[in-house]
Structure formats: C-alpha cells, structure tokens
Design a protein around this ligand. Sequence first.
Ligand SMILES: [Zn+2]
Length: 405
Amino acid sequence: MYATALDCSAKNFSKRISLDLLRFTPGGISRAELARQMGLTRSALTTIIGDLMESELVREAEDGPASGGRRPVLLEINPQRGRVAGIDLGATHLHLLITDFAANILAEAESPLNITDGPQVCLGKVHTRLNRLLDESRLSWQEISAVGVGVPGPVEAQIGAVSAPPIMPGWDNFPIRAYLSELWKRPLSLNNDADLGALGEWSYGAGRGERNLAYIKVGTGIGAGLLLNGNMYHGNSGSAGEIGHITIREDGPPCTCGSRGCLEAMAGGNAIASRARAAAKAGRRTQLASFTPLDTLSARDVAAAARLGDLVAQQIIAESGALLGIAIASLINLVNPGLVVIGGGVAECGDLLLEPIRKAVQERSLRSSGQAVRITASLLGRRSSSMGAVVQALNLALDTLVDHS
Ligand SMILES: [Zn+2]
C-alpha cells in the first residue's frame, strides 16, 4: 500500500517535471528529447505522456512545413484544457490577464488603482474589474482553474499576506490570499510584483534560458525579483530584493519605510514627479509646466515627455538612472547575475533610463561581474508581473490536475 502511494507520487512528480519542460521549451519538445532531459527510459516516458494525453493536458503539436526527412512528433501543453487569471496590483494601477493553459492571452484589462485606499476598497475593485473582463470576453468563472496575484510589497508566503509594506498602508497582515480564494473559490497564489516580473520575463520575456537573473521594477516603488541558480529567491520572510530601500545618501530625503535617503525616495516615481514639479515651478523651459493642476503630474507623464524629446524630463529620468545604477552595481557585485532586466512604468523610457544605469554599473561594479552582465529593458513591458502571476496560477492548476489524474 505504502509502496503504491510512493510510486504514485513519484509518477506525479515526473508528470509535473515533464509538463514544465513542455511549458518552457519554445516550439514544443519530442518524446525522445523529453526522455533524455529527464533521464527516463523511453517506455517510462511513454506511460507518463500517455497518462497526460488521456487527461488532455498534453497534445501532439500540429506539423509545420516539412523540410525533408522524417521529423519527430513534437508535444505541447493543450492550450484548450483550461484558463487562468493573472492580476498585478501596482501602487497606481491594476492589470489583469486571462490566458489559456499555454499562457496565450485571451483577454486583458488595465484600470487605475490607488493602493493606499486599503485592502477592502482595492480588492473590491479587483473583483468588479475581473468579473467585467470575464463578461466582456464571454468567459465564465467555471472556466477559470486558478488565479495568480501580485502586490507591491513583501509577501510572507506562509500566511498569504504582506508584512509592513512601505507603500501599502493599511494592508499589514491583511489575509489577501485567504480573502480572495474564499471569494472566488479557486486556488490562489500571492506573490511580490517584482518577483513575478522576474518569473514572467524568465518564462516568456527577455530572460529565457537565464539561470541567474535580476528583474528591477521601477515605478512608484522600486523592487527587485531574484532568480538564482534557476530558483526564485525570496529570503527568510519574503523581503529579499527590496533594493528600493538601500541607502544611497545618508542624510537624504525621508522614505516611506521610515528611513532616509533610500533609492526609492531619491529615484522612484514620486521623486521623479516631485523633481518635475519643482522644475516647472522654477520656470524651466519644459512642456511639463503646461500640466494643470501641476499636482497631478506623474512619473509616467515625465517618462512620456522625455520620450518626446523634452530636455528637462530627459535630465530628470537620467538622474534617476544614475542613482539606480549605483544600487544595481552593488546588486551585481553581490549576486553576479547574467542578466538584469529593467521593467516598470519608468522603464518605458528605454535607453534614456538604461544608458545612465549601464554607465554607473560599468564605473562601479567589479570587472569580473560587470563584464559578465547584460542590462536590458523588459520584453513584456507592463505585462511582466501579470504574466508572472499567470505562471504561478498555471503551476497551481497543473498541480491540482496532476494530483487528480
Ligand atoms: Zn526606504
């Protein structure tokens, strides 16, 4: 009896590994290649794939154009097997995705959100917006197998809540995961947004194939998601990667975390917006001065003006880039990643932000790690974190289906 249970769980484990290889190998993978990568005999693999095909999780890919010779049949995840939702709560926005099992996007929505309104108001908005998206795209809750959610604060995985999140007042220890999974009656995964950005970019974006990757989200908050040796690194209580609270200037401006001179307080979205307002008030020649009222001017507006060639806006973005570069150089010295992906709203400026980062990294990181690292903009743009949430939702959905297959 015990041996049977053990065989069963070992088999399920092999099923999950083969599903992950199928998910993250672009273009599909043959049975022979799958057996080789998993170190299984051909007959053991045939049994596993047979089970997965019977439960309609895996299918044979349709043949592309023949290029001569007999080609092996490629396997892929069956996209039609189900759907999941990925949701990213930012400080000022909400982004939602509904995808099939192959992570193809079926529906998408974005709404403004003020995270400081607290959990009841914000999660109510998430619920309303997700229901509306399902309605608009003629999908129903019955089709959604699992949901992934990202939030801009340190997540304690065991309790499914954020602890002392600097830019999320009122959310401390609110049971986000329990609240939403009870409301939606679905398995639910809760993660930090920068961690999800790293996962999203690794799975479907700029970081494919990288084993050591750092994703830096530059928005109102600044956070890093770390993938080390192929695994996400969360730290002891979920707050690894809080690069926004590295001290850049000892006597600098006060930060939301209670300290002073943090990177976030000097280079994050609020710092960018307040520098732009100060420049406009000081009468500098900039199109930012035409914003009325000036108080509504956001970092996103500064980024847009910079892209349109506004010199004052470009200078403000470059100053942020130089400060980010100082902190990123330290991160590079510390963990020696192969790739640093810059994402978040401010990163939409592209090279205007990236070049000063690269320059500071070159000047300040050790040659051995500085030369080994590439610094690039995110490929998924504003979808990085919500795609990471989709990956987590699919993990949950596949776990459940394999356990019951
Ligand atoms: Zn801080």
